[in-house]
Design a protein around this ligand. Structure first.
Ligand code: EPU
Length: 417
């Protein structure tokens, strides 16, 4: 097990450079198998979710060359081999191999995916989308078998604007015959990044980033070069850190528009934030106003920042409210924040945070990736030492977190037991 030990209450100063977006990279790697040649992707974050996807590529006999933050994927000689249950379960994004393998081979066998336990996380919309394209879906114990004689473009309406379903259907439809329209598609920047990648390989996708995506299927996709967008959630996490402890902190290599919802909430709370073209600079403050947030699909307030943001709300003067509308089980960080001295109650999907409360150190658990990020922020503002167990969850999504935090003055140590 990995443990993070943090000595808190130090002001932090310097620059944190943001890595490539986890939730884009984890879709781009499976998408790369649609090429008949090589795909080069740069700005790939070095996180354990990417290691797991590369292990899946190995199983499929795909040649993978990794260098610092870049990856070359060569599909010549690839085979549609079985992906082991252990690997499929390592992360949520293993399910993108379903859409990609179905597109390429017209057959995909996939065990249920893993990922953070933040809700029931069904994939019915992905499967309905595959069926609309002409595939049959069979479930055998904990495995799906999706197969088609031929994939044919279709009009698909998503009941929920799901990120995963939008990408997975886009992957399969890229190789279907004719035109597919995905309506009520998710609009997250990661979807635009994946569509651009596919287009760079010769796909014909338009409308990504709006709620209607049009795909004209292509028989062959060629080699290409592509860059992963900056991680808006990593950036948001460190912007929140800057709001708590910045003296000041510059968060560099970001696309500020992707963070509009967070930045406008911070401004509403009275934050000292300067927004540049590809960076923000932020100083901490003692007198934040409380606020209300409701998580929502992009461009709304991202659910993935809700847990870290709650830590900031423990330092606002007065009562704040956070309503989680995407995942039914994303308040697991709250009992641990209360153990450290926060005053938060939960009723249904709403947390009420009464601030400002001094946080003291203690022993807490990273129950999932973003809950883990919240624990890191809480530990960094706590008066004493905090140990965070199950830190593996954090390393799944934050590249070089220990080095990045040390470089701005944090006292943090990763221990393996
Ligand atoms: N949903 C269904 N059926 C489906 C698909 C989704 O009911 O077939 C529901 C989900 O249960 C959820 C909602 O729709 O209530 C939204 O789910 P979505 O499919 O959009 O989420 P996802 O693709 O599984 C991605 C990110 C999550 C992020 C969400 C929302 C990846 C690998 N994961 O998940 O990121 O919270 O979009 O923005 O891209 C994280 O990074 O910590 C993380 C959990």
């Amino acid at each position: 097990m990995k443990i993070l030990k943090i000595h808190g209450a130090e002001k932090l100063e310097g620059t944190i450079r943001i890595s490539g977006a986890k939730n884009a990279a984890v879709a781009l790697i499976p998408a790369a198998i649609l090429s008949d040649d090589t795909a080069t992707i740069c700005n790939v974050p070095e996180i354990t979710d990417i290691d797991a996807l590369c292990n899946i590529l190995d199983l499929l006999n795909v040649k993978v060359k990794r260098a610092t933050e870049s990856i070359v994927i060569d599909t010549k000689g690839m085979q549609n081999n079985e992906i082991s249950e252990a690997l499929a379960k390592k992360l949520r994004a293993s399910y993108y191999f379903m859409g990609a393998l179905l597109g390429k081979y017209k057959k995909a066998e996939m065990y249920f995916p893993g990922g953070c336990s933040i809700g029931s996380r069904p994939i019915d919309l992905h499967l309905k989308g595959f069926e609309a394209l002409g595939a049959t879906v069979k479930q055998e114990k904990n495995k799906y078998i999706v197969e088609a004689k031929e994939l044919k473009g279709a009009n698909i309406y998503l009941d929920i604007a799901s990120v995963g379903a939008t990408i997975n259907i886009m992957l399969a439809a890229t190789k279907a015959k004719g035109k597919t329209i995905i309506d009520n598609a998710a609009k997250e920047p990661e979807i635009v990044n994946v569509a651009t990648f596919l287009n760079n390989m010769g796909a014909k996708i338009s409308g990504a980033g709006t709620s209607t995506i049009k795909i004209i299927g292509q028989e062959h996709l060629h080699s290409c070069f592509h860059e992963v967008i900056p991680d808006r959630i990593e950036a948001g996490t460190y912007i929140i850190l800057g709001s708590l402890l910045g003296n000041p902190i510059k968060i560099d290599n970001i696309i500020p528009e992707h963070l509009d919802a967070l930045i406008s909430k911070l401004k509403e709370m009275g934050s000292n934030i300067e927004v540049g073209q590809d960076y923000v600079v932020i100083n901490s403050k003692d007198d934040y106003k409380p606020t209300i947030i409701n998580t929502a699909v992009y461009p709304g307030f991202p659910t993935d920042l809700q847990q870290p943001f709650t830590v900031l709300l423990t330092q606002a003067n007065g009562q704040s409210k956070v309503t989680e509308t995407i995942w039914e089980n994303r308040f697991m960080h709250v009992p641990y924040l209360n153990n450290l001295g926060a005053d938060i109650t939960i009723k249904g999907q709403t947390a009420t945070i009464r601030g400002k409360t001094k946080l003291k150190g203690g022993e807490v658990v990273a129950t999932d990736l973003r809950a883990g990020a919240a624990m890191v922020l809480a530990a960094l503002i706590s008066q004493e030492t905090t140990t965070i167990t199950n830190a593996e969850h954090i390393l799944r999504g934050y590249e070089g977190i220990v080095d990045k935090l040390e470089a701005v003055g944090a006292k943090i140590e990763l221990i393996e037991i």
